[in-house]
Design a protein around this ligand. Structure first.
Ligand SMILES: [Zn+2]
Length: 305
């Protein structure tokens, strides 16, 4: 991490001479760490914001390499929207390199949208970080649950409203319009997943607990030993046996994870490995917030049919 940071800083000194593309002067310049938060900020901010994202949808958001291009995006940001719960703690490194006081930790422009979220899978004992567990504060992947979008968008609307109080009504109007569309989609998703209630699935990385819980599915096991820790051969054997014993038909895989291992496990267990969009843009066609969840719901229903 430290070496990456130094390399990136050195490169930034070179590219620093180039002016970043300037967004329209009167728009609020927002950077979001992950695509889900970029998509939701665009819904709330509408025409009043110019939003850039740092991680791409196909990446593992836990492990982002901090490149000078990311620091450039942050240099002129008014607000930085972050997921929190240590998913995107790499943002600190990028902010340090960007030298922008608006968005340092503690500044009003630094916005953690996990506020008010009831965090799942909080470890009962203190996690030893040296073991590499990437969910030390509980599961950070709450944005995958559309039922939590009202809270996330409220946090975003509050932050935009603090920055531009005269536009508060506009942000709230945008947010309500989005939530109305989300409500319609929610009814559709609930109907589609109703027959799968109580079904047990295995997941590769524990990224899915919020959406599974929302719709009444159960996470029976994870293919990773612990969050972020590759599966040991003994653990793989255990998971395959469990899937056979419990007749588990689906292994959910993230676009960035080891598809080869997932396919082998699914084959041996007589199940299917299904790639879901772990973030907006994670798979083809999942290019909006509602679109990504649409994709995930359809893929689950098809796989478990
Ligand atoms: Zn994770």
């Amino acid at each position: 991490m430290r070496r990456t940071f130094r390399t990136a800083l050195a490169a930034l000194a070179v590219v620093g001479l180039l002016a970043p593309a300037a967004p329209a002067a009167d728009k609020i310049r927002v950077v979001a760490t992950i695509p889900d938060l970029k998509a939701l900020t665009e819904e709330v901010g509408g025409k009043l914001v110019d939003v850039e994202g740092l991680a791409r949808g196909t990446q593992n958001a836990h492990e982002l390499e901090i490149r000078p291009s990311l620091m450039l995006k942050l240099r002129r940001a008014d607000l930085l929207i972050e997921n929190g719960l240590e998913l995107d703690s790499w943002a600190d490194v990028a902010v340090q390199g960007a030298n922008n006081p608006n968005i340092v930790r503690g500044a009003p422009g630094r916005v953690d949208v996990s506020r008010g979220i009831q965090v799942l899978e909080v470890p009962s004992t203190r996690v030893d970080r040296s073991m590499g567990d990437v969910h030390p504060l509980g599961n950070p992947h709450y944005s995958l649950d559309p039922g939590l979008a009202p809270i996330i968008t409220q946090n975003i609307a509050d932050a935009l409203g603090r920055f531009a109080p005269e536009q508060r009504a506009e942000f709230e109007k945008n947010r309500q319009a989005f939530l109305a569309r989300l409500d319609e989609a929610m009814a559709r998703w609930t109907r589609a997943l109703e027959p799968l209630k109580g079904a047990r699935v295995v997941v590769y990385h524990p990224q899915w607990i919020y959406i599974l819980t929302r719709f009444g599915l159960t996470q029976a096991a994870t293919l990773e030993d612990r969050p972020g820790i590759p599966a040991s051969p003994a653990h793989v054997t255990r998971v395959i046996r469990q899937m056979k014993d419990e007749k588990i038909k689906v292994l959910i895989v993230e676009p960035w994870n080891d598809m080869k291992l997932a396919t082998r496990v699914a084959d041996e267990a007589g199940a299917k490995a299904v790639v879901l969009a772990s973030m907006v843009g994670g798979v083809k066609g999942a290019d909006s917030y509602i679109g990504a969840i649409d994709h995930n719901v359809k893929a689950l229903v098809t796989a478990m049919r």
